[in-house]
Design a protein around this ligand. Structure first.
Ligand SMILES: NC(=O)c1ccc[n+]([C@@H]2O[C@H](COP(=O)([O-])OP(=O)(O)OC[C@H]3O[C@@H](n4cnc5c(N)ncnc54)[C@H](OP(=O)(O)O)[C@@H]3O)[C@@H](O)[C@H]2O)c1
Length: 231
């Protein structure tokens, strides 16, 4: 049985992904920064389906402590925790730099921290995979507006982290991809979005099943396919 770590697992896409992975016979480590804010996860934990890890991706100490409490081997890391701190229509002339800082802290440094701290465990897997949950808003080539500065700039940086780590880890067979979950009805995606968290999660599980070194360094859609998203 493979073990998957999902960050930001208490709500939205992360929570749906935890449930879908459990239903697909993965062992799941559910990272969550606020244990009081994880009623659904607690139910899953009491039924023995998952292990909850207190994990604030913006804190070195929290991520290190979570890694120490984890099993010796992890096969899959899903860097899902994410933040969209702004309204979206701000001009660069009035941008709040704290939005840029917080988006980078969670969306970029958060993923880097998790990779760094969990790497020894990932290296014990026969089929190690890292999925960085990105967004079409992180695509530079497709950019056609000036909305969501902090979020978009941070996801573009996450894409570069993905591509760079893919090259570093290629010799040891660790697959690293950026993956878009689609436009999903969550607190972040809003009610008008195209798909439910469950639909997104079902596709992501299939992607997790199939990705391997041939897709490392790619920007994938939620089904694990290339072609829809460009850097
Ligand atoms: N929804 C979409 O349409 C869409 C589209 C493209 C990409 N994405 C990406 O998909 C991922 C999940 O998005 P979502 O729609 O599920 O968002 P969401 O409903 O806003 O949930 C965000 C999750 O991230 C967690 N999080 C935020 N800061 C954290 C931190 N410092 N440490 C640990 N966890 C933290 C939140 O935990 P708390 O409850 O503690 O705040 C929550 O569990 C994100 O990376 C997002 O950028 C979403």
């Amino acid at each position: 049985m493979e073990t998957a770590l999902v960050t930001g697992a208490n709500r939205g896409i992360g929570y749906a992904l935890v449930k879908a992975l459990v239903d697909s016979d993965f062992r799941v480590l559910a990272g969550c920064r606020d244990l009081e804010n994880s009623v659904g996860l607690k139910k899953l934990e009491s039924s023995g389906s998952i292990q909850i890890l207190e994990l604030d991706v913006s804190s070195d100490e929290s991520v290190e402590a979570a890694a120490r409490k984890s099993p010796d081997r992890i096969d899959i890391i899903v860097n899902n925790a994410g933040l969209m701190p702004e309204r979206g229509n701000e001009s660069i002339a009035e941008i709040d730099f704290n939005h840029l800082r917080s988006a980078f802290e969670v969306n970029v440094l958060g993923a880097a921290r998790v990779i760094r701290s969990f790497l020894p465990r990932l290296r014990r897997s026969n089929r190690p995979r890292i999925l960085n949950v990105s967004s079409g808003l992180g695509s530079i080539a497709e950019r056609d507006s000036s909305t969501y500065y902090a979020y978009a700039v941070s996801k573009a940086a996450l894409n570069m982290l993905t591509r760079s780590t893919a090259f570093e880890f290629a010799p040891e067979g660790i697959t690293v991809v950026a993956i878009s979950p689609g436009w999903v009805r969550t607190d972040m995606g809003g009610e008008e979005a195209d798909i439910s968290p469950e639909e997104s999660a079902a596709a992501l599980v299939e992607a997790i099943r199939k990705i391997g070194p041939n897709l490392s360094g790619k920007f994938l859609d939620r089904f694990g396919q290339t072609g829809k998203y460009v850097w």
